[in-house]
Design a protein around this ligand. Structure first.
Ligand SMILES: Cc1cc2nc3c(=O)[nH]c(=O)nc-3n(C[C@H](O)[C@H](O)[C@H](O)COP(=O)(O)OP(=O)(O)OC[C@H]3O[C@@H](n4cnc5c(N)ncnc54)[C@H](O)[C@@H]3O)c2cc1C
Length: 335
């Protein structure tokens, strides 16, 4: 087949290296190369992602910037530590750039459903993330506005991961160290509660801004992002909701979604079932978070969901890169 991948983010670049070579693949990215950037805090679980990156022919260790030992969770009134089991920050931009190297990438080409540029292709992948530029819009989309600064400072108050969840699980403030006095300081919140907070932090800790970036993150899961395909267009990555709703974490999920696509490239119905199966827990997590955001939350009613979330994360500590304790989740939920 002749396949067009629209979007040179994590899903698109990974797919470029994973689709079997019997197919002819090209990528279309709306930004010109010099203006293109991977907006993200660059946090992920090293042991888990390393195996996936290896399948694309790269060595993940070459990109690690900071290996976390603990994450401070600030619930307002008190703080506690989560032991980390592989959570790192890595140079995501460089890795994506390296994955695009030597591939046929058309920079500065914004593709949408009506501009009909891609009629010569047998299949078109919508890997446009939040934009979902080619598939029908999601009926009741839920996105979390986010802003982030990459900064330098000699006065950071933390030397490892730090997060401060906002009341009502509507989002959180983060500091992700990148090594050598550089870090990502950012926040995402359904109601945009962080306004002013980041700027106050930059001032207080004498931060020099390297870049300010931001975009909303989709937290509505694949179950509610259907259809995954329309005509010859197929969605992969955040365009079909592969983001863990509790954390706004989408790097590994977008790559898992790309793996599901590669495994089912000749059968889109089995791709659909595979995605729904792989991300089944995301729908539960989403309903849990949404009940909190909407103010309809009852701990008693949500206890079964809370237990499912805990068991899922406990069983997948290597996947999330952190040690999971039931009472830690409860502390965040009740904060
Ligand atoms: C501030 C912030 C911090 C985050 N931090 C983390 C984190 O630490 N860890 C983690 O796991 N996840 C994080 N995420 C989520 C994660 O970055 C995304 O879920 C993930 O990158 C999605 O990958 P994707 O390839 O599907 O989409 P994207 O990475 O968004 O890539 C989409 C690409 O498509 C291009 N595009 C869009 N529309 C068009 C069009 N019409 N034509 C052509 N090209 C187009 C875009 O320019 C972009 O290059 C963060 C998100 C944000 C916003």
């Amino acid at each position: 087949m002749r396949i067009a991948i629209v979007g040179a983010g994590v899903a698109g670049s990974y797919l470029l290296n994973r689709i079997p070579s019997e197919h002819k693949v090209e990528c279309f990215e709306m930004r010109p190369k010099e203006k293109w950037y991977t907006v993200c805090a660059w946090g992920t679980s090293a042991p888990y992602i390393a195996d996936m990156i290896k399948k694309a022919g790269f060595n993940f260790s070459d990109y690690i910037m900071h290996r976390g030992k603990r994450m401070v969770v600030d619930t307002g009134g008190s703080q506690f530590d989560i032991n980390l089991k592989g959570l790192v920050t890595y140079d995501k931009h460089k890795l994506v750039e390296d994955m695009l190297e030597g591939k046929e990438v058309h920079w500065g080409r914004q593709i949408n459903a009506s501009n009909g540029d891609l009629h010569d292709f047998d299949m078109v992948i919508d890997a446009t993330g939040l934009q979902r530029a080619l598939l029908p819009k999601v009926a009741h989309d839920v996105v979390i506005p986010s802003v982030e600064y990459q900064v330098k400072s000699k006065e950071f108050p933390w030397d490892d991961f730090y997060i401060k969840p906002y009341r009502g699980l509507t989002g959180y403030f983060w500091f992700f160290p990148l090594g050598d006095g550089v870090g990502h300081i950012g926040a995402g919140d359904y109601y945009g509660k962080y306004r002013g907070e980041l700027e106050a932090f930059l001032k207080k800790y004498n931060c020099e801004t390297v870049r300010k970036i931001g975009r909303p993150v989709r937290i509505i899961p694949p179950l509610y992002c259907q259809p995954f395909s329309s005509g010859k267009v197929v969605g992969v990555g955040e365009s079909i909701g592969s983001v863990y709703p509790l954390l706004g974490e989408g790097i590994i999920p977008s790559m898992q979604c790309a793996d599901a696509f590669v495994e089912n490239i000749n059968n889109l119905e089995s791709y659909r079932s595979d995605v729904l199966q792989r991300f089944r827990i995301y729908a539960k997590v989403y309903r849990f978070v949404k009940a909190k955001i909407d103010g309809n939350f009852s701990l008693f009613k949500q206890l079964p969901n809370l237990l499912s979330i805990f068991l899922h994360m406990k069983k997948n500590e290597r996947r999330y890169g952190l040690e999971t304790k039931f009472f830690d989740i409860l502390k965040v939920v009740r904060a």
